[in-house]
Design a protein around this ligand. Structure first.
Ligand code: ARG
Length: 575
């Protein structure tokens, strides 16, 4: 049940009956304060302006046409022409009952399902995944889960970089180590060090550098020996990724990998088709597309280069090929790209050129879901003590270690295996949640103490709220489904209303690609639950009230579990 949508359709209908043009928004929002009811409709004032009418007069006409008899207890005109809507408590209780009964917590599938291609994670395989890959990986995954739950067909695409010039260097270095197979496999176990060592050779030895450049050409021309070695390297690198995905509880698998190299054979066609479409201009030997809307500060257009003067193709060329593939082969109607905000111009150019060239039709919705940078505690880019990039695997190890210390402090009596299990769920959950709960587009500061705190908008706080409820059920037993839900205290009604707003939160994530909206919701829900738990005794209450309260607790637990599950975060029975 999406209450906001339900009210929206009723108020919109009344607006039309009152003579307002169809499509004028009713602007339904949860009320900012309890004295303004549960929801308010703010669209009347704007509608009145258009009609040149007194807004309060229009509001009263709308009210005459508005039939919310089963849903609302009263509707009032307020201020210059708002409507305050007070929901009927019995109706609310019924909705909460049916949410509790339904598998889906009352969340309805979308009536207009789309085929959504989601490009996320997409690391370069030359190196091991580092902290810079965290955001794309976990934000993209959360949004993918949400869209899937709402009934879209989701196609995950891990657009890994596996084809650039760096591979010439890496293959040449592999060549050098070839005789020594044991050392080769050992060295590849730490890809980051392997990359550094190869780079060291590349920078210090001109012969090596020359060989590296020749070898990348051989690789890209399909030399079988080089291809074999390259495949070996890519496979190891993807194994590293798989381990990270598993630890992060991210759903990406090998089937979702669609590497840059897969588009290699389509690139020349992309350039020819751009030419056909009359979009290609040669500039100093390079083939470029100039679109008016990409004017820089000095009024000159920033071109998108698709082929260098030496014939080589670029990142943008591959993205155009991928765009076309996603539309033609995958049937994409909406495309979401979870990529660092610094690639914003690149993405806008790819989308605009792709549409101009007819690779995708105008009505395909393409969105760059940009995100800011993860900073260290001091506000400068996140680095190791020695100034290097932090490997994701090291970050996750540290999260688990820190969580293990915390768990051991809180619960020394638990056996070690249990404490490790809790530490994994809490530690990884904390890292993910601290990121997912931030506004996607801004930079944020990474802070261990804040994210592992049991207070505030953190994973441990939400996981703790969940375990609290589980312990209530261990003491009180299950609720009796035949005893109806009833509200005695305001805290109960407030909690129920919040529980019924779950679908509003989820739908906003689906629309904006912003999991922080779900985090905010879960945090507010937990706060309301904690308050309810404080003021409403459960176990000691008389039978009828006890079971009603157990029902609210059960629905809260289910909602927390489902909500955290959508973020790829687990819950625990105890912690
Ligand atoms: N591999 C790229 C990088 O690490 C990200 C790729 C994102 N996806 C895309 N279709 N361009 O920067």
């Amino acid at each position: 049940m999406n209450i906001r949508k339900l009210l929206d359709s009723h108020v919109s209908q009344a607006l039309q009956l009152a003579g307002v043009e169809a499509g004028t928004p009713a602007l339904i929002k949860p009320s900012s304060r309890p004295e303004f009811g549960d929801y308010q409709a703010n669209g009347i004032i704007g509608a009145a302006k258009k009609l040149n009418m007194n807004p309060r007069e229009l509001a009263s006409t709308v009210l005459n046409h508005l039939d919310l008899s089963a849903i609302a207890e009263k509707v009032e005109i307020a201020g210059p022409g708002f409507l305050n809507i007070y929901l009927d408590s019995r109706w609310l209780a019924q909705q909460a009952e049916s949410a509790l009964e339904s598998e889906s917590l009352g969340i309805h599938k979308t009536t207009t399902p789309q085929t959504v291609v989601i490009d996320y994670s997409s690391p370069n395989l030359a190196k091991e995944m580092h902290v810079g890959h965290l955001r794309s990986t976990i934000i993209g995954d959360a949004v993918a889960r949400v869209l899937e739950l709402l009934g879209d067909t989701v196609i995950r695409q891990n657009h890994v970089g596996d084809w650039g010039t760096q591979f010439g260097m890496l293959l040449t270095y592999m060549n050098e180590l070839e005789g020594d197979t044991q050392s080769l496999s050992m060295q590849l176990a730490d890809l980051e060090k392997f990359y550094q060592a190869a780079k060291q050779r590349f920078d210090s030895d001109a012969d090596f550098a020359r060989a590296a450049r020749e070898n990348v050409v051989k690789l890209q021309a399909g030399d079988p020996e080089f291809l074999k070695r390259w495949k070996q390297f890519i496979d190891i690198s993807l194994q590293h990724c798989d381990e990270i995905y598993q630890r992060l509880n991210v759903l990406l698998t090998r089937d979702d990998v669609m590497p840059e190299s897969a588009y290699n054979s389509a690139l020349s066609q992309v350039v020819m088709d751009l030419d056909q479409a009359g979009l290609l201009i040669e500039d100093q030997g390079a083939k470029c597309v100039f679109l008016d809307q990409f004017k820089g500060k000095d009024n000159t257009i920033v071109p998108m280069i698709v082929q260098k003067s030496d014939g080589g193709y670029l990142y943008a060329t591959t993205d155009l090929a991928a765009l076309r593939y996603r539309y033609q082969q995958l049937g994409m109607t909406r495309g979401l790209y979870f990529i660092d905000a610094r690639q914003s111009l690149h993405m806008q150019q790819v989308f605009a050129v792709g549409k101009q060239a007819g690779f995708v039709p105008e009505n395909v919705q393409l969105e760059h879901m940009a995100f800011g940078t993860m900073m260290g505690e001091d506000g400068t880019p996140f680095k190791t003590r020695s100034g290097g990039t932090v490997k994701l695997v090291d970050l996750l190890d540290e999260a688990q270690q820190r969580a293990f210390v915390l768990v051991t402090e809180k619960n020394p009596q638990l056996d070690e295996a249990t404490r490790h299990h809790i530490a994994r769920v809490v530690g990884i959950g904390a890292v993910k949640y601290s990121d997912l709960s931030k506004n996607r587009t801004s930079d944020y500061r990474f802070n261990w103490d804040a994210m592992l705190s049991f207070e505030g908008n953190t994973a441990p706080y939400l996981q703790y709220a969940y375990t609290r409820i589980q312990s209530i059920f261990r003491k009180a037993g299950q609720f009796n489904p035949d005893i109806p839900l009833l509200f005695q205290e305001p805290a109960e009604r407030q909690l129920a209303l919040k529980l019924l707003q779950f679908s509003e939160a989820i739908e906003s994530v689906a629309k904006d690609g912003a999991p922080n909206l779900l985090c905010n919701y879960l945090f507010e829900l937990s706060g309301l639950f904690m308050h309810f738990y404080e003021v409403c005794p459960i176990i000691k209450a008389e039978e009828k009230i006890k079971h009603s309260r157990l029902k609210l607790s059960a629905l809260t637990a289910n909602t927390l579990q489902t909500g955290l599950g959508l973020l790829g975060i687990d819950v625990l029975e105890t912690m």
